[in-house]
Design a protein around this ligand. Structure first.
Ligand code: CO
Ligand code: CO
Length: 318
């Protein structure tokens, strides 16, 4: 691999562990957390799209246990295709999402492009002693996820014009849900390692945690939360291409046992603005569940980290 960073002892998290954000020590106690995320439209409403893109970009800061401070936006669009008002709506949605997370938009850039893209670079701070990486899980840690899966499948069904209205609303609602409260709650309950679930799907991001931590994992299929109606759309074949790519990429590290292929597909579904994937020591599980319940944040316990080899075994009940 190309070494893309200068040797700098202040660089606490660089590119080598495929983490959610880079972390750079500013002084004894405070470090910068920086990330960038750009997405193509996942919903028709421009304001919702801007809102979701911002929540999605903020998520990497929250996955590291950080607090976002400022953001820069990047909007690519074709002015002949997208009316000026729609471009403005995207920005309005983004600013609304950032403000509700105490993050200020301080600049940005637009450019012409035949395909609409919108994203943000977000800068935050984190206490240098409590950075949460994706590579510090320990064997025996419980695995929790903080949003149900299915946003990629819903977007695909929307394109096929078969997504039920209420499922579309649910999916949009989840994508607009900030991971801030989940981040606060995991920090209060002894998290050892975390990431957020985005384009590589649940299994792709779990595998990154396994590889970074040099551990295996066992996942209980029946405990993995799907939005209601997702399994049916998956059975009907509304699976985004990204899910198949993720499955191909992971084929040598997933042991599905007797479980049939179609049941596994939602676990590869690329998520936009997905939940956090959190490793919690078993003795902290009660505290974690209590803290999340008190904070009214969704969670599901879906498996546990195991000794090497670095691979994921899927079972249909513990
Ligand atoms: Co991430
Ligand atoms: Co990201």
């Amino acid at each position: 691999m190309i070494d893309r960073t200068v040797k700098d002892s202040r660089l606490l998290v660089g590119m080598d562990t495929c983490d959610d954000a880079g972390v750079y020590l500013l002084n004894g106690a405070t470090a910068l957390v920086q990330t960038l995320d750009v997405i193509t439209p996942v919903v028709d409403d421009p304001a919702d799209f801007g809102f979701i893109a911002a929540i999605n970009a903020l998520s990497d800061i929250y996955a590291m246990g950080g607090t976002p401070l400022t953001a820069l936006s990047l909007l690519a669009f074709d002015p002949c295709d997208l009316p000026h008002e729609a471009a403005q709506e995207i920005m309005v949605g983004a600013v609304e999402a950032l403000s509700s997370n105490n993050c200020s938009l301080i600049g940005g850039h637009t450019l012409e492009d035949p395909e609409i893209k919108f994203g943000l670079a977000v800068t935050g701070i984190v206490n240098a002693g409590s950075v949460v990486t994706n590579s510090d899980a320990r064997a025996g840690d419980m695995i929790y996820i903080t949003k149900p899966l299915g946003t990629g499948i819903v977007s695909t069904a929307v394109k096929g014009e078969v997504a039920p209205e209420d499922l579309l609303d649910k999916s949009t609602g989840w994508m607009k849900t900030s991971n801030r409260d989940a981040s606060t709650a995991m920090l209060q309950s002894g998290v050892t390692s975390a990431t957020d679930v985005t384009g590589f799907g649940l299994l792709g991001h779990l595998f990154e945690m396994c590889r970074g931590s040099a551990l295996g994992a066992v996942l209980d299929l029946n405990s993995v939360p799907l939005m209601a109606g997702i399994d049916e759309l998956a059975r009907m074949g509304f699976i985004p291409e990204g899910a198949y790519n993720n499955r191909k990429y992971l084929e040598n590290v997933i042991d599905p046992g007797e479980i049939s292929d179609d049941l596994l597909l939602p676990l590869f579904d690329p998520q936009t603005s997905g939940g956090l994937l959190v490793a919690i020591p078993p003795e902290k599980a009660d505290l974690f569940e209590f803290t999340f319940s008190e904070a009214d944040v969704f969670f599901a316990r879906i498996g546990l980290f195991t000794e090497p080899p670095v691979a994921i075994k899927i079972v249909s009940s513990f």
